[in-house]
Ligand binder design. Structure first.
Ligand code: ADP
Ligand code: MG
Length: 679
């Protein structure tokens, strides 16, 4: 890469040391480029009302000057009040901030501030929620960024402003100038300035429109590069698999493949056998049996003399797939390996070596698979499970480890074909529409928190019959600590309410080895109730667990609820899923009714997409669609289509982006590749 200052680490900014850099890293911000393109998700409008027009209890933004020294008084346990007078023209009001004593350091007499809070007319006081320091020339739009416990809003604002001040001139356009006027797109520098500091709401909207296009354009260029290089080579390798060996696999299975599974296996075999590279997307509801289909593909590739790799988004899932595949294929002399971020160094080196010398036939893992050290002898098949959880670059990185390997992507959250083509490029779609025979449909119900007695009764019944239960609390992405707290509290409560049962907590922040241990205990039936966050979401398979309670179900998206529910209903017995929710909105109630009444993932995915289009933000990772920072595939679908057209034309004209006008685009793409290798 060219030595462009834009891509240098954040530590190149004045006053940013390694600690701040690490904190920024937790938001995915590593370079100055990342800072400049880290956009607000909304703005607080600082427009203010005259005092005499504000009603009692109204939430308002007031702008004024700090008129007295802010004073902190403490009372009770950890409680405090920070008070000062605020002069607004000729009036003076009282401002109180409760339990935010640290704000004192940020306030000075004479400072101009804007404070958002709740106004009390009788007392002429404002109970503040939040404040911003304003400048003379301030536009009245305060940017609000997604942050976490490591980085505070104000700190981020300061750093972004610093980056703009020092590095804006370095930013070069990546969307070609020739294209911009046609779609009224702003330049990259304009996008940055107007996204962070819009003069008004309209300007913010316009900037966002261009930012979305830019983001989609980068994505579509990556996709176009990927498909163009695949088409150029025009073919992969014809694999001569061994049907006699494969017949042995069939007779070792404890069940017969369903008609849908057989059909998909045949489609895959035809692809493997053809000299064209396979690019196939397998959509199938949770529990429809995609794993065994993948195992057929893997074993076929191995009998043809190739290695295979299976990449999955979580460690739990990797471990589980590993166990299942190892158990099924080891008897045929297949060497199966597991590689995740938690594999110990020594073992990891050994695995690297054996992948390279070809001793290992199939490796199952997380993002750890795309590390540079993983070098295959002869990678012929790449399988990506829950593929929407990976970026284009990550998928490509794994694919690049083979010579035109066949590619099978799998997903449990089906999306319409046209959408699949737009976001995944040219892939042939296979579907498993029906669950394996003999499954009893899960009985689902929506219960409010006042109906917990019913739920407990059913739980006791199932536990007494020897079954196991999942108790799930939602993952609130905004705060990891809160997720943990919710799960810990639930664990305490259930341990108390079910004293004679073994109740164990499993959460995302535990070390991998601990998680594996707990999952193994649960699978062995040694745990009766497993309390967990949605780490459990994908692919986990414990047939004796026949009941699931999902707390705060209104916080999950429909698809995610369905995914979670898919953990049960895997055995021969009747299963139960209880959605505990007290939704306040009509759409929240509608969702609970739909999920309780529908077991068909394809139908739910459709409903979910529809509702998501109306601004449903929860359960994002489960939508079956790639995630973007500014844009949303459903809401901004038309922009995505235009971006795809523009990107395809550009790549057709200059496949390797060698032209000078595409230099800055190439630089950004190269930077993105580095980014994708960070774990
Ligand atoms: P998913 O499509 O969600 O990945 P899995 O592959 O985990 O589903 O399969 C779910 C369960 O169904 C597993 O326990 C698996 O062994 C079982 N299964 C898969 N295919 C069949 C079949 N044809 N008949 C009976 N059980 C099956
Ligand atoms: Mg699966």
């Amino acid at each position: 890469m060219k030595n462009n200052a834009l891509f240098s680490p954040v530590t190149d900014l004045k006053g940013v040391g390694t600690k701040t850099a690490a904190n920024l890293g937790s938001l995915g911000i590593y370079s100055i480029y990342d800072l400049l393109f880290y956009f607000p998700f909304r703005y607080d409008e600082l427009q203010t009302l005259p005092l005499d027009q504000i009603m009692d209890g109204q939430k308002v933004m007031l702008k004024g000057i700090v008129a007295t020294e802010p004073f902190v008084s403490r009372f009770g346990y950890k409680k405090s009040r920070l008070s000062f007078k605020l002069r607004i023209d000729h009036d003076v009001i009282m401002v109180n901030f409760f339990n935010q004593p640290w704000l004192k350091k940020q306030l000075e007499i004479g400072q101009e501030v804007a404070i958002y809070g709740k106004y009390n007319v009788a007392r002429q006081s404002l109970s503040g929620f939040k404040f911003v320091v304003t400048k003379e020339n301030d536009s009245g739009m305060a940017p609000i960024y997604p942050v976490n416990k490591h980085v505070r809003q104000k700190k981020l604002v300061d750093l972004i402003n610093l980056a703009i001040e020092d590095f804006l001139p370095e930013v070069k356009d990546i969307v070609p100038l020739a294209i911009r006027p046609k779609y009224s797109l702003l330049s990259d520098q304009e996008i940055i300035v107007k996204m962070h500091h819009p003069k008004n709401g309209q300007e913010a909207e316009l900037a966002k429109r261009s930012a979305i296009f830019r983001e989609f354009f980068i994505f579509q260029i990556q996709l176009a590069e990927l498909t163009a290089s695949n088409n150029q080579k025009a073919r992969g390798k014809a694999k001569d698999y061994d049907l006699t060996e494969i017949a042995k696999l069939t007779s070792s299975l404890p069940f017969e493949l369903s008609a849908d599974q057989k059909e998909v296996v045949n489609e895959i075999f035809t692809d493997l056998h053809s000299p064209r590279q396979m690019r196939r997307l397998l959509q199938g509801d949770v529990g429809s049996g995609k794993t065994v289909v993948a195992i057929y593909a893997i074993y076929a590739a191995i009998t043809a003399g190739y290695q295979a790799a299976l990449m999955v988004p979580t460690e739990i899932l990797a471990t589980q797939h590993f166990k299942k595949i190892d158990e099924l294929l080891r008897p045929f002399g297949v060497r199966v390996a597991l590689l995740t971020g938690n594999t110990k160094t020594l073992e990891r080196r050994e695995i690297y070596r054996e992948i390279t010398d070809g001793t290992i036939n199939v490796v199952i893992g997380t993002h750890a698979l795309i590390q540079d050290n993983v070098i295959f002898k002869n990678l012929g098949l790449v399988i990506i499970d829950e593929q929407h959880r990976f970026g284009v670059g990550q998928r490509q990185a794994l694919i690049n480890k083979g010579e035109d390997p066949d590619i099978l992507a799998m997903t449990a959250t089906p999306i319409p074909r046209t959408l699949a083509l737009t976001v995944y490029g040219d892939m042939t779609v296979s579907e498993i529409r029906h669950l394996p025979a003999g499954r009893k449909p899960i009985i689902s119900a929506w219960k409010t928190s006042s109906q917990m007695d019913d739920v407990y009764r059913l739980m006791r019944e199932q536990l007494a019959a020897g079954f196991q239960i999942y108790a799930v609390t939602p993952l609130i992405t905004e705060s990891e600590t809160m997720d943990l707290k919710n799960a810990e509290e639930l664990h305490e409560k259930l341990s108390h309410d079910f004293p004679d049962q073994k109740v164990v907590l499993l959460h995302g922040q535990m070390p991998g080895a601990k998680k594996d241990e707990i999952m193994a205990d649960f699978a062995a039936g040694e745990i009766n109730i497993l309390v967990t966050t949605s780490v459990i979401e994908v692919g986990v398979d414990v047939p004796n667990a026949n009941m699931m309670i999902i707390y705060n179900a209104e916080r999950f998206g429909l698809s995610q609820l369905h995914q979670l529910r898919g953990r049960i209903g895997r055995g021969q017995t009747q299963s139960y899923c209880m959605f505990i929710a007290d939704p306040k909105t009509e759409s929240g109630k509608a969702r609970m009714k739909i999920i309780a009444a529908t077991n068909d993932g394809f139908k739910l995915a459709e409903e979910d997409l529809k509702m998501r289009g109306e601004g449903d933000l929860f359960g994002k990772a489960q939508s079956g669609l790639p995630e973007f920072r500014v844009g949303n595939v459903v809401n901004n679908y038309n922009t995505m289509v235009v971006a795809q057209k523009v990107a395809k034309e550009l790549i057709a004209a200059d496949p390797e982006l060698k032209k000078a006008v595409h230099e800055s685009l190439r630089e950004v793409l190269e930077y993105k590749k580095l980014e994708q290798n960070r774990i």
